[in-house]
Design a protein around this ligand. Sequence first.
Ligand code: BT5
Length: 251
Amino acid sequence: SYNLPTEFIGKKIVHFDTIGSTNDYAKEIGNKVRGGTLIISEQQTKGKGRLGRSWKSKSGDGIWMSLIIKPKIDPYKAPFLTLVAGASIVEALSNLGVDVLIKWPNDIILNNKKICGILTELSAEMERVNYIVIGIGINIKTLDFPNEIKEKATSLYKEGYKISRADIVRQFCIEFEKLYKGYILDDDKENTLDICRKHSAVIGKQVYIVKNNKKELVKCIDINENGNLIIKENNGDIKEIMSGEVSIRGI
Ligand code: BT5
């Protein structure tokens, strides 16, 4: 048991030993369960990243979970919830003594390597949100990553942090509920944005923006009120970039 002091986030937890993808399962049951329901699996056989990419999720290696929420918001406001989730992970890990950075919009970085990824999926009809699934993968115990990601992935154990899955899930639910309620009920974006800016791995840096296989070197300036990234192009133009359309590579 996770012994959660939350009001609704994680109040109901569905646990699996193995499943294809917790996000896919969450989408199957999304219409039938209460907001705040959390799906957790020991392993995933078809863990998903963004844009058809895959997410390695071996048994017992980490937290592979999906949170179902049902906010009464316009669908266009959903991507901001990826930032809310990222900020909650930063806070949760910080409470447990680990300092991580956010590589906008959905990667969490520890010692320059990816320790966590977030995949937000939306179900909406007629301009109304049915539910939103926030999928989160956090590497905890992995010591050996497959060759393709060896150079860029890490885990808490690998970096010397022995922290339990239950502690992280618990802290995440507490922190997420705070930021989420702020955003949904009071339209408070500042708390989330503050954390995202202070713990940004990209603001102030030169990065490659990759869009439709085209790579452009730009400077990251800020994250704005909509959760979009503000960048400066080589010719001096300032642009606003929406999540979903790009990925960012370091230089
Ligand atoms: C993500 O996608 O980072 C989102 C990952 C979300 C995973 C969770 S686990 C629970 C829930 N159920 C699911 O099926 N998914 C969610 P993206 O930004 O596209 O990054 C994917 C890329 O990260 C891959 O192409 C690899 O390069 C790399 N990668 C794969 N597995 C990894 C791992 N375990 N740790 C670090 N990097 C990994």
